[in-house]
Design a binder for this molecule. Structure first.
Ligand code: IPE
Ligand code: MG
Length: 226
């Protein structure tokens, strides 16, 4: 990042357009997921290197379970393979990793990977990386409300029972659609929204910088006057 710009504290990103990216190249959707994973690794390295505090990545939604079994299996296999190839490297990257979602829907080996990653990185001091997998925003709210039984219902008590307790400052969505798709509903309440046509496998650090530039141009008033 060359220009002096203020980094948002918490950036969330909806990775979209893997399939269309591949299709445009006459390739199968699976190729898009494979290249999307590579782009994600680069994005994580970059955001950690510039000192971002927290990055939330929407990888696989509860609704994505409705995709054909072959595509789901491919994505799950990619995660498993990626973990096998990179597990030592990930542990040296100084990331604090949290996997968020309905993990009980995953095969036991993927649940094990999620636990291992959290355990191995919990004392790291670098960027907090929240990976949303088998995740839905409404489902997270239901989980939080269930934990509230017997407690007073306030903004604070709800927030304290969420999986992710920090508000998002900037949401990026690649792939051209302008929607939230059941991502962090509560935490996006005051986020700046940045949509780009770029398909995720093509999303480079320059594209991330552009989103930060957009963020820096917004006047954040949180409903007040300045
Ligand atoms: C996003 O890309 C990745 C996942 C949901 C796993 P898509 O697979 O949604 O790609 P498009 O939107 O069909 O192009
Ligand atoms: Mg999509």
């Amino acid at each position: 990042m060359e220009k002096v710009m203020k980094l948002p504290r918490h950036v969330a990103i909806i990775l979209d357009g893997n399939g269309r990216w591949a299709k445009a190249k006459g390739m199968p959707r699976s190729f898009g997921h494979q290249e999307g994973l590579k782009a994600l690794v680069e994005l994580i390295k970059y955001t950690n290197s510039i000192g971002l505090e927290e990055l939330s990545v929407f990888g696989f939604s509860t609704e994505n379970w409705n995709r054909p079994r072959t595509e789901i299996n491919y994505i799950m296999g990619l995660v498993e393979k990626g973990y096998k190839n990179y597990q030592e490297k990930i542990k040296t990257m100084d990331l604090k990793i949290k996997i968020v979602g309905e993990l009980e829907m995953l095969k036991p080996n993927l649940q094990k990977i999620a636990n291992e990653l959290e355990e191995a990185t919990k004392d790291n001091k670098g960027m907090t990386l929240n990976v949303f997998f088998s995740y839905g925003g409404k489902q997270e709210l239901v989980r939080a409300f269930k934990k509230l039984e017997g407690q007073e219902i306030t903004i604070e008590t709800i927030q304290n029972n969420l999986d992710i307790k920090t508000d998002v400052d900037l949401l990026i969505r690649t792939g051209g659609n302008q929607r939230i798709s059941n991502f962090l509903i509560w935490q996006l309440a005051y986020a700046e929204l940045y949509f780009t046509e770029v398909y995720f496998p093509d999303f480079k650090k320059e594209d991330f910088d552009q989103a930060i530039e957009y963020y820096n141009k917004q006047e954040r008033r949180f409903g007040g006057l300045k």
